[in-house]
Structure formats: structure tokens, C-alpha cells
Ligand binder design. Structure first.
Ligand SMILES: Nc1ncnc2c1ncn2[C@@H]1O[C@H](COP(=O)(O)OP(=O)(O)OP(=O)(O)O)[C@@H](O)[C@H]1O
Length: 492
């Protein structure tokens, strides 16, 4: 049986790539929407420590304890502006560290007010609004993980629609300094009188809309409109988004006052990287019926580095793959939109806590009618940046924005339905400048989508060489050595 020792090699290569690009992928943000990005794009990436950003000592200690030393480009740009009290719109690619870009200045301000005894009550001082409960949990965890190391006690709570009115009332008693919630839930709290509009007017000093590009696709517009009359004019508003869209522009007009717009590595501009440079992309050509064997070989021979997020296109296929891997002693879990929300949260937390290393996710949340419409649209719209952008904005409910911790490899067991899906899937690795890899299993039937993806990557990244390389470490012998045993275990 061949024994391949690929990982150090891959790591070395990844490290080489990382070193090559360090300093080359400059921060592209600069004041003001129109003039903005262009100039900064050519700048060298600077290393900025959190000391230089003038943050509270307690927060700097918390970051050190978490092993975080340098600010990411979006943090370097956004933190000073937010600390100056400006309304800020920050558009930066997935995994670029947007959450700390707003949490750190928010906590800095609140720690300062608290130490001066100037905290305003009787409602929360800050709202962080996100589209889904998973994201509430994620932001709540990030805020709590910083506050854990602070001696001044600030209170952060999350409130979601699944809680009873009584639990929400208890959570909001005090009141907390920071409320993490969804627009719908806050609107309901106001309409039921659990939170009084007049109290919000008295207390609220900052409102953050995170994953703003998704908020409107989750039908939050009316809820946000219901909130507007209660937001004091003095309230500072921050909007974070991974992509630009007309929805984001609509939100900016609705809620922000003359904001400072930062655009870092925005999808859809030729000079930008859609996939971070620190992620190596590979593909393997194989028969559809041999895909399970291939994935087994990749995992069994440890040809890909853990943790691994595997994408399949149907829920049935995910369960089949999990059972198949289990027969070979490989423990994994499945994640899809049909699981109850509690289970989804539990699975994400367990994966992040490394209780298992392989997660099989299904990101296709579309209905049959949606797919039919897509098919018809696709006939007309060739893969273009515009099409990519539109799809990026509309999909990926279950995995979108979720910070799967320390995923090194993303595997496309099935190819995604379109290039936007590819971008979002691969965005789950290489987060905050970490290295990562992706491996796509491509059957003959999927060759046309694979070509579309290559075409999109070359076009967006302005290259005329292949962006996705053949995976060098898996031999036919390695796959065949497992074939017989696999056939005994399962008939597939
Ligand atoms: N300065 C930093 N150095 C190292 N890691 C960081 C830094 N800032 C944030 N991180 C980590 O990087 C990961 C990605 O950050 P975050 O979730 O904020 O990205 P994001 O831009 O919001 O992505 P998405 O749009 O997909 O939600 C998190 O695990 C976070 O803890």
C-alpha cells in the first residue's frame, strides 16, 4: 500500500506561497466610496499591532491571550475610524476579520465609559444585528471571548426568536451593554413592549449591521424600518459586508449618515483576488461513481490536512458519505439546512472544538423552482462578474458567514452549481491570512462547471494560466488499493 507523506511538503509549499504574497496583497481601503480603493490597492501590506491602534489595555491583553498580535487590513482601516466616532461601511472579503474590526472599538468605547461611570441605561448601549441565529451565536462567542479577559465587567447577551418572551425579558434585564440579535427579533421586542423605544433612544450609542449583504435577503427590511424611529440621531452606525450589492446600498441609505466607506478586496474587480492567495487550489479528475473511493483515499492516507470541510450537493449524499466513511473508522458529521437550528449550532460548536475533524456540509438551500429559474437565467447569462456577484449575494444560508475554526482543507465532493458557490465554499479556509487548500473532485459531467469556475477565476484575477492545479499526491494505485475493501463494505 503506498504511503504518501504529503503534509510537510504541502505546508512548505503553502508557506512559500504565503511568503511570496506577504506584503504584496495590500490594504485597499481608503476614504470615500468613489475615489476610495484604487490608490491603496498598490500599497504594501503594513503590519500594524493593536498597540498602535490605541486600544484599551484590557482588550490588548485579551488579544494576546488569544494569540492575536497583528491587525488585519480591514481592522487597521476600520478601527481608527470607528474610534473617531464615524459611521463606517466596511466591505471586505470573507474571513478578513470584520467581526473584530467593529467589536474592538465598540468594547474600547464601552470600557472607557464604564471606567468613567458614564454608561447610559435603561436599554442596551449597542445593538449588533445579524441575519441568522447561528451568526448571533458566533458574534456573541467572539465578544464573550474578549470580555472574558477584561477586568471591567461589561454584559453581552444574545436574544433570538426561538427564546420565550420570559427568557428574553430576563436576558434584557439589567440591561446588557451589548445586544446581539436579528432585526426581526429586536422589532418584535419593541412591538411587544419588552424593550421600550424611548429607552433605546436614551441608551443606544452604536448600532452594527453585520453580514449586511444577507440582511435584506432574509427579509429584514421591514424590521429595520420599524427600528429606525427609535434610533437616536447621535447613534454611530457601522455596516459590515463581504460583497457589494444594491441591497447593501439600500441599507446604507436607510440607516447610515454620510458614512466613511472602506472597500477592501471587493468581489468583481479585476485586480482583486476572489480566492485568498494563501489558499492553494487543486482538482482531481474522477468518475462520479469513484468519488467516495477518492475521498476515502484522501482521508485514509492523510493526503489532505485537517480540519476538512467537505461539500456535497444533496442531503442524501451527505448522509451516504458519512456512513461510508464511518465503515472505515473515519468520524464525521453532517450539516444542512434541514437540521433543526439547535442541532446546527451544536454541530458547528463541536466541529470548532475539534470533537471531530471532518464536516460534510450541504449548502444548496434552493427550491426546485429556484433551480429552474437559475437554469433559464444561465442560458442567457454567461458566467460573468455581475452574475457571480448576484449569486454571491443571494445564497449560502447554512455556511455563509460561519467562521468554521481552523479549517485547512475544503473539499468539493460535488462541484457547486456555479462559480459563486465555489468562492463561498473556498472562503471557509484561509481565513485571516491563515494558509489553506481546496480540492475539487471533478467528474466528466461536471467539467463544464469546472471550466466556468476556471474562467471566472482567470477573469477576475486577470490571469491567463490555470488557477486550479491538478492534485499531485493521489495516485491511481492508492485509490485502487482501497477499491476491493470498499466494494465489500458497501455496494456503490
Ligand atoms: N487580527 C487577527 N489575527 C488573526 N486572526 C484573526 C484576526 N482577526 C480575526 N481573526 C480570526 O479570523 C477568523 C475570521 O474572522 P471573521 O469571522 O471576523 O471574518 P469575517 O470577515 O467576518 O468573515 P465572513 O464574511 O465570512 O463572516 C476568526 O476566527 C477570527 O477570530
Amino acid at each position: 500500500m503506498p504511503r504518501v507523506k504529503p503534509i510537510p511538503e504541502m505546508e512548505e509549499e503553502a508557506e512559500e506561497v504565503r511568503q511570496e504574497v506577504e506584503g504584496a496583497s495590500g490594504a485597499e481601503g481608503s476614504p470615500d466610496a468613489g475615489a476610495g480603493g484604487e490608490e491603496g490597492a498598490e500599497e504594501e501590506e503594513k503590519e500594524v499591532s493593536f498597540d498602535e491602534l490605541g486600544l484599551d489595555e484590557q482588550l490588548k491583553r485579551a488579544l494576546r491571550k488569544k494569540g492575536i498580535a497583528k491587525a488585519t487590513p480591514i481592522q487597521q482601516e476600520a478601527i481608527p475610524l470607528i474610534l473617531e466616532g464615524k459611521d463606517v461601511v466596511a466591505k471586505a472579503k470573507t474571513g478578513s476579520g470584520k467581526t473584530f474590526a467593529y467589536l474592538l472599538p465598540l468594547l474600547h468605547d464601552l470600557l472607557k465609559l464604564s471606567s468613567e461611570g458614564r454608561i447610559r441605561k435603561p436599554a442596551p448601549n449597542a445593538f449588533i444585528l445579524v441575519p441568522t441565529r447561528e451568526l448571533c451565536q458566533q458574534v456573541y462567542n467572539e465578544a464573550s471571548s474578549l470580555l472574558e479577559f477584561c477586568t471591567s465587567k461589561l454584559k453581552v447577551v444574545q436574544v433570538t426568536a426561538s427564546m420565550s418572551d420570559k427568557d428574553i425579558t430576563v436576558a434584557l434585564s439589567g440591561p446588557p451593554n451589548i445586544l446581539v440579535s436579528t432585526p426581526a427579533c429586536v422589532a418584535t421586542c419593541i412591538s411587544k413592549g419588552i424593550m421600550r423605544g424611548s429607552s433605546i433612544k436614551e441608551s443606544l450609542s452604536m448600532m452594527i449591521l453585520d453580514e449586511a449583504d444577507l440582511l435584506l435577503s432574509y427579509r429584514c427590511e421591514d424590521d429595520l424600518k420599524a427600528l429606525i424611529p427609535h434610533i437616536p440621531r447621535s447613534c454611530q452606525s457601522i455596516l459590515m459586508s463581504a460583497t457589494s450589492s444594491s441591497d447593501v446600498d439600500k441599507l446604507i441609505k436607510l440607516l447610515l449618515h454620510n458614512p466613511f466607506v472602506l472597500t477592501l478586496t471587493e468581489v468583481g474587480r479585476a485586480k482583486d483576488d476572489v480566492i485568498p492567495k494563501n489558499v492553494q487550489q487543486f482538482w482531481i479528475s474522477c468518475d462520479a461513481k469513484d468519488k467516495m473511493l477518492h475521498i476515502l483515499a484522501l482521508l485514509k492516507f492523510e493526503l489532505i490536512q485537517k480540519k476538512v470541510l467537505i461539500f456535497v450537493n444533496s442531503i442524501d449524499a451527505a448522509f451516504r458519505l458519512r456512513l461510508f466513511l464511518e465503515k472505515f473508522g473515519i468520524r464525521s458529521a453532517v450539516l444542512n439546512a434541514e437540521l433543526p437550528q439547535n442541532s446546527r449550532l451544536h454541530i458547528i460548536e463541536a466541529f470548532n472544538a475539534r470533537l471531530f475533524d471532518y464536516l460534510i456540509a450541504t449548502d444548496d438551500t434552493k427550491t426546485k423552482e429556484d433551480k429552474q429559474t437559475d437554469k433559464e437565467n444561465k442560458k442567457e447569462a454567461r458566467v460573468s462578474r455581475k452574475h457571480l456577484q448576484q449569486t454571491l449575494d443571494a445564497e449560502f444560508g447554512v455556511v455563509r458567514g460561519i467562521d468554521f475554526k481552523n479549517v485547512f482543507t475544503v473539499v468539493n465532493f460535488d462541484m457547486p452549481p456555479d462559480p459563486a458557490g465555489y468562492v463561498h465554499r473556498i472562503g471557509r479556509t484561509g481565513r485571516a491570512n491563515k494558509t489553506g487548500a481546496s480540492v475539487s473532485l471533478v467528474s466528466e459531467e461536471e467539467s463544464s462547471i469546472f471550466e466556468d469556475i476556471e474562467h471566472m477565476l482567470q477573469e477576475v484575477e486577470n490571469k491567463d494560466i490555470d488557477c486550479i492545479s491538478p492534485f499531485p499526491l493521489l495516485t491511481k494505485d492508492a485509490v485502487d488499493s482501497l477499491r476491493y475493501r470498499a466494494q465489500i463494505e458497501v455496494s456503490f
